[in-house]
Design a protein around this ligand. Structure first.
Ligand SMILES: Cc1cc2nc3c(=O)[nH]c(=O)nc-3n(C[C@H](O)[C@H](O)[C@H](O)COP(=O)(O)OP(=O)(O)OC[C@H]3O[C@@H](n4cnc5c(N)ncnc54)[C@H](O)[C@@H]3O)c2cc1C
Length: 462
């Protein structure tokens, strides 16, 4: 009897099945150059081939790891040598665009940036945006319910998906390609797959909800001296900019210093280095002139009220990009490697207290600890990065425990937008009740009774 990999090669053809060095040369996970662990990578061309694969795997009990752009931050696409990875890299077609209905139907292997660019060519916008846009796929974005830079205004990936098609563990093709905004005809089955990190089905196609392209973009980098002012400013801008506020990204002083290079390369910084908090705000509107006037007025009033103490308003696209480049310069953290990175959500009023308490707790054991804080504060989501010179399992566990217990105490989430994957599985109980986790297990058993889809991810073993 030939192996499953050989049978799949016979069924799909040789170019659809990679093995050996063709697998190893791919990254094991984000931040690693190579060493992907699966015994084979399958590259189906269409949904029917995905279904064929799943039927055979279901029959034989072969485990499958769905693979998108492999930019996920929670280890959800990591594979072992017992697993076969299923990549959607040959399923990148944009199948249909309806300009008036503002929908786009794509195959799940399509890159996020391709979708953004195609929408823009038609005067429309797909609002999901994140640093990995050039590699991340729509299937991966759906499976992780990705967040990114405009959640404040447009919501997470969940809000941008009208319908989808998924292949279940036994090879059943579930077509739920709804195109309308309102559809209360029974259970909204697509939600099962959005954010389930490839554990309940393989997303093969999706109906994306597009929005009108905004004609104006106003961006500013602000500084403030007090965390209470950060929170008040968020409410103030949200109200005064009449719903056009699309980004409210906060950098604590330590991150701003590191990511901006502190002016060491001779470049002038948009605002000085000595403020405790920096806020990158962006508003998207329909009328460049009036939007700009309104934006400047609202910021000057914020200054008068003392909510901000310094501000730089981008005068060109270049300047805007420079502001964002500081916010997005996570490569500056390479100097601190190894790092331990957290992506957590907390009620906004508890965030500064959380940061101070957690830093103090970690510093008690590692006095030389370095850390930075930044993130999508408008969504109550921060990235908290810690470096203690080692990320050995025991050290990592102690630091995770310190961070996640402080999150749980404040009723926050241990994963704001990156998912649970392998990395946070042991801590799911810090953010979900036992009955929630048990219902997750029930769903998993119902949809994947043999446990072949992305085994060991998301749900902790009882
Ligand atoms: C520089 C950088 C910035 C980032 N910024 C953000 C950010 O702001 N917000 C944010 O949310 N994330 C961010 N991320 C994380 C990452 O880009 C997202 O999680 C993205 O959605 C993953 O897409 P992917 O195609 O790379 O998926 P992968 O990494 O390949 O997979 C992620 C998970 O989805 C599953 N999966 C993939 N494709 C499918 C499919 N078709 N069907 C079912 N399951 C599937 C995998 O098994 C895995 O569990 C960032 C990453 C980087 C490197």
């Amino acid at each position: 009897m030939s192996s499953v990999v050989e049978q799949l090669r016979d069924m799909l053809g040789p170019t659809a099945v990679l093995t050996g060095e063709d697998v190893r040369c791919r990254p094991a996970h984000i931040g690693v150059a190579d060493g992907y662990g699966a015994k084979a990578i399958l590259r189906p061309k269409n949904t029917e081939e995905v279904a064929t694969i799943m039927r055979l795997c279901h029959e034989t009990g072969q485990t499958i790891v769905p693979l998108g752009g492999n930019t996920g931050m929670a280890g959800g696409a990591i594979a072992s040598e017992n697993d076969i990875a299923l990549s959607l890299e040959r399923m990148q077609d944009i199948e249909q665009i309806h300009v008036l209905g503002r929908t786009m139907i794509v195959q799940a292997g399509t890159r996020l940036q391709t979708v953004q660019e195609r929408a823009e060519e038609l005067g429309l916008m797909f609002p999901l945006d994140l640093g990995a846009r050039g590699s991340a796929t729509i299937g991966g974005n759906i499976a992780t319910n990705a967040g990114g830079n405009k959640v404040l205004r447009y919501g997470m990936m969940r809000e941008m998906i009208l319908g989808l098609e998924a292949v279940l563990a036994d090879g059943t093709i579930l077509s739920s390609m709804n195109k309308v905004i309102k559809n209360n005809a029974g259970y909204d089955l697509k939600q099962l797959f959005i954010g389930s990190e490839g554990t309940l089905g393989i997303v093969t196609r999706a109906v994306l909800r597009l929005r009108p392209l905004c004609k104006s973009e106003s961006t500013a980098l602000l500084a403030t001296d007090d965390y209470n002012h950060v929170m008040t400013l968020l409410g103030y801008l949200d109200q005064e900019l009449a719903g056009t506020l699309s980004a409210f990204e906060v950098m604590w002083n330590d991150y701003y210093r590191l990511a901006s290079g502190g002016g060491s390369d001779g470049k002038t910084l948009p605002v000085g280095l000595d403020y405790p908090y920096y806020i990158l705000v962006e508003a998207l509107g329909a009328d460049p002139e009036t939007d700009r006037t309104r934006f400047e007025l609202v910021l000057s009033q914020a200054l008068e009220k003392g909510l901000i103490v310094d501000a730089a308003i981008a005068q060109s696209g270049n300047e805007r990009n420079n502001f964002w480049a500081i916010r997005d310069n996570i490569d500056s953290l390479l100097a601190w490697w190894p790092i331990i990175a957290f992506d957590v959500s907390l009620p906004i009023e508890t965030i500064e207290d959380f940061v101070q308490e957690t830093r103090a707790k970690i510093r008690n054991t590692w006095p030389d600890m370095r850390s930075v804080v930044f993130g999508h504060l408008g969504d109550s989501n921060i990235h908290f990065i810690v470096s203690v010179g080692s990320d050995e399992p025991d050290i990592r566990r102690q630091i995770e425990e310190a961070v996640y217990s402080a999150v749980a105490q404040r009723e926050g989430s241990i994963s704001a937008e990156h998912g649970i994957g392998l990395e946070k599985r042991a801590y799911l109980g810090y953010s979900r009740s036992e009955s929630e986790i048990e219902l997750m297990r029930t769903l998993k058993r119902a949809l994947d009774p043999k446990g072949i889809l992305n085994p060991g991810k998301v749900i902790p073993t009882p």
